[in-house]
Design a protein. Structure first.
Length: 253
């Protein structure tokens, strides 16, 4: 039994464990809109402490590889959030990432990095979601491909098409070492487009490396990025290094 079939009502549904088990076992038979609804309810109830978060993972495990992109987009976004919640617990984060990779990597391999001829528009969104989530988790094949494309994007336009360019830069920036950070910095300083320049400076503040994050904060205090961009850089550092950003803000108030 699916409560709120068609997802027309603005409320959450908490299923009894026995009923939820039936939904999980027949998840592939449920309409797409209700799959998304049940996933959304399970995640919200998990965050509220009303339902085990593991129930959401069970639904993700029961989701067919040929399920709607809307379903997989939801799963990818929640996986990204879960991964961020586990940053302070590396052991559990690694276990979760292994689970996430098993669910998402086959779909990424099927989608590929290049758009196929006559593919539906929504496929591009799903491809972007997979690249973003797997890249932010540091999945080895996605990270390697992003770095390869970054290395040749200036000489090979096909390496970073418009739909993927910012995604590639974001993955590389988040996982940057000092050499890569310097290359991104050089790109930012030489960029003529104000919007692209702003994006590049913000990406300099996205590194997981605390040393590089500190360099980005120091850069944000200078006149170089511009006031609006500098503020965005500080906010970006706070995403990965909240204590560092807070201490920086207090020290430079």
């Amino acid at each position: 039994v699916v409560v709120n079939a068609g997802q027309m009502g603005y409320y959450r549904t908490l299923y009894a464990p026995k009923v939820f088990a039936q939904l999980k076992n027949h998840f592939t038979d449920i309409a797409t809109i209700d799959q998304v609804g049940i996933l959304s309810d399970s995640w919200a109830m998990g965050l509220a402490g009303q339902q085990p978060v593991a129930d959401y993972l069970d639904l993700a495990k029961a989701t067919s590889s040929n399920a709607s992109p809307h379903v997989w987009d939801h799963i990818a976004n929640v996986f990204s959030t879960m991964n961020n919640y586990l940053k302070d617990d590396p052991t559990r984060q690694k276990m979760f990432q292994e689970f996430a990779f098993k669910r998402l990597s086959p779909l990424m391999q099927e989608l590929g990095w290049q758009a196929k001829e006559n593919e539906a528009e929504h496929v591009a969104n799903t491809r972007a979601a997979m690249i973003t989530v797997l890249g932010s988790m540091g999945e080895s094949s996605v990270l390697a491909e992003a770095r390869r494309r970054f290395a040749v994007m200036d000489s090979d336009p096909n390496a970073a098409p418009a739909a993927l360019r910012l995604l590639i830069l974001a993955i590389v920036a988040e996982n940057a070492d000092s050499t890569t950070w310097d290359k991104l910095y050089a790109k930012a300083k030489s960029e003529k487009s104000a919007l692209v320049r702003q994006n590049l400076y913000e990406l300099l503040a996205a590194s997981e490396d605390p040393t590089l994050a500190k360099r980005a904060l120091d850069l944000a205090l200078s006149d170089e990025p511009g006031l609006t961009t500098s503020a965005a850089m500080i906010r970006q550092v706070a995403t990965n290094h909240p204590d560092m950003a807070f201490d920086f803000a207090m020290a430079n108030m």
